[in-house]
Design a binder for this molecule. Structure first.
Ligand code: CO
Length: 215
């Protein structure tokens, strides 16, 4: 059997098991999804959102990319965000990074990796903002993990800087924003920061005075 055929076989077994446990499971999910959470995480295969939070299909709306970045020019992320906030009425958005993140590690070096240089350039900026605190740490691993934490924080701030979030905060006092970091070595998630709706931004220059329907 080819490796990918194993996936299809496992899928059949999974679907059968689900129906065995709960005959209405798939029927309920066909027409409607009502997730309360949007998860923005790293693409890393070791950080599967549903598995590490013991959630079921239908519970978390998910966007993943290298190093869990929230960039204001990323049409993919913005489309997911707009749909999650304006249509699904998501209550909580979680940016979840993870210690040992390869994307962040690559950004901490001067090595060129080709196209992905352009993506992780954003993490180099985060390093520059916090260089003094990061460089004060003794071990390379501690410096990496500190940048991973600052990167999560920066991405949560980036969410609050979007007009999608600012408009939703004004209209419906939601969603809450959260920054978490997952530890590959023990499987535990550490919460780093929470931002409640309508909190002041990290700098007022990002607060829009006129929130139309544009993104
Ligand atoms: Co990663």
């Amino acid at each position: 059997m080819k490796p990918y055929e194993q996936l299809l076989l496992e899928n059949k077994a999974w679907a059968k098991e689900k129906i065995g446990e709960d005959p209405g499971f798939f029927k309920r999910l066909v027409d409607i999804q009502t997730p309360k959470f949007l998860w923005i995480g790293c693409s890393d295969s070791r950080v599967p959102p549903n598995e590490i939070t013991q959630t079921q299909p239908g519970e978390i709306f998910i966007h993943r990319n290298v190093a869990n970045l929230v960039l204001h020019t990323d049409l993919n992320l913005l489309s997911v965000l707009q749909y999650a906030v304006e249509v699904l009425k998501i209550e909580h958005i979680i940016v979840c990074g993870h210690y040992g993140c390869g994307g962040v590690k690559a950004a901490m070096t001067q090595k060129s990796y080709g196209l992905i240089n352009k993506w992780i350039r954003n993490i180099k900026d985060v390093y520059r903002y916090h260089q003094v605190e990061i460089d004060s740490l003794d071990s390379e691993n501690d410096r990496l993990n500190k940048l991973i934490e600052f990167n999560v924080q920066e991405q949560v701030y980036n969410l609050a800087k979007t007009s999608i979030i600012q408009r939703s905060w004004k209209k419906s006092n939601a969603p809450h924003l959260h920054g978490w970091v997952y530890d590959l070595s023990d499987g535990v998630i550490q919460p780093l920061l929470d931002i409640t709706p309508n909190s002041p931004l990290d700098h007022p220059i990002y607060e829009y005075d006129n929130l139309g329907d544009d993104i």
